[in-house]
Design a protein around this ligand. Structure first.
Ligand code: ATP
Length: 221
């Protein structure tokens, strides 16, 4: 199986998340995309506004129409109250897969551009292959400059209109592939949705209706 881990705050999950997961699944022939709401994202100091249980419930509703999408609670809040580090979660997921499975980690370009600040950033790209989805406001030519020191390209990128493949290597001669989906341009963000809802506006077409109903019924945001 080809399985992608897709972590996020999902506060709330929106159509941008679904669109990039659909594009990644189609272009990289993924059998499964695991949406994993995070307990506490290490780089988001304000923390989520909706409780983990609500974010899990909303993700479950959002992905229900998509047979290839699944929910993972692997990134649930830690009992010790510490942030959830992506590398720990990826290593746990990898340990639970079989040797035939191929694992990927799906992230948006804005998130990938902060990679140098991630915990054990140099190692994380070699735990599995990464898929980076383009996002408005991010410059994709910065992708290779976002790589932590010690990681280099082992050849020229292979470019097609749908996927750009960067072959990476580190100082221990380990290899990995970073797949960039350059043309994705979903101008949707959870922050903007929360702000709109807090001001009494409708979120409109950017939320699955099941998620919009859940938010309304539970008085979130
Ligand atoms: P917030 O506005 O609260 O920061 P968000 O909309 O970025 O939220 P997250 O749940 O934090 O949503 O995102 C989870 C992952 O999905 C991240 O890797 C993020 O980069 C990616 N992502 C979210 N929205 C988009 C989008 N519109 N296009 C591309 N990637 C996205």
């Amino acid at each position: 199986m080809r399985i992608a881990f897709f972590g996020g705050t999902f506060d709330p999950p929106h159509c941008g998340h679904l669109k990039i997961a659909e594009a990644a699944a189609a272009r990289l022939h993924l059998d499964r995309v695991l949406f994993a709401p995070v307990g506490q994202q290490p780089l988001k100091h304000d923390g989520p506004t909706a409780h983990f249980a609500d974010r899990v419930a909303m993700v479950r509703l959002a992905i229900a129409p998509y047979p290839a999408f699944g929910l993972s609670t692997l990134d649930a809040p830690r009992p010790d109250g510490k942030p959830n580090y992506t590398i720990d979660t990826l290593l746990r997921l990898k340990a639970s897969l079989s040797a035939d499975d191929e694992m990927f980690c799906l992230v948006g370009a804005d998130s990938f551009l902060t990679l140098q600040h991630w915990y054990r950033a140099v190692e994380i790209l070699f735990v599995c292959n990464f898929i980076v989805a383009g996002r408005p406001g991010t410059h994709l030519d910065e992708i290779s400059t976002a790589l932590p020191a010690g990681i280099t390209l082992s050849g020229p990128p292979e470019i097609s209109s749908e996927v750009v493949r960067f072959h990476l290597q580190n100082t221990r001669a380990q290899h990995s592939v970073l797949y960039l989906l350059p043309d994705l341009h979903e101008d949707i963000s959870a922050t903007r949705i929360r702000t709109a809802l807090a001001e009494g506006e409708q979120a409109g077409q950017v939320l699955p209706s099941s998620v919009a109903d859940y938010i309304h019924q539970h008085g979130l945001y």
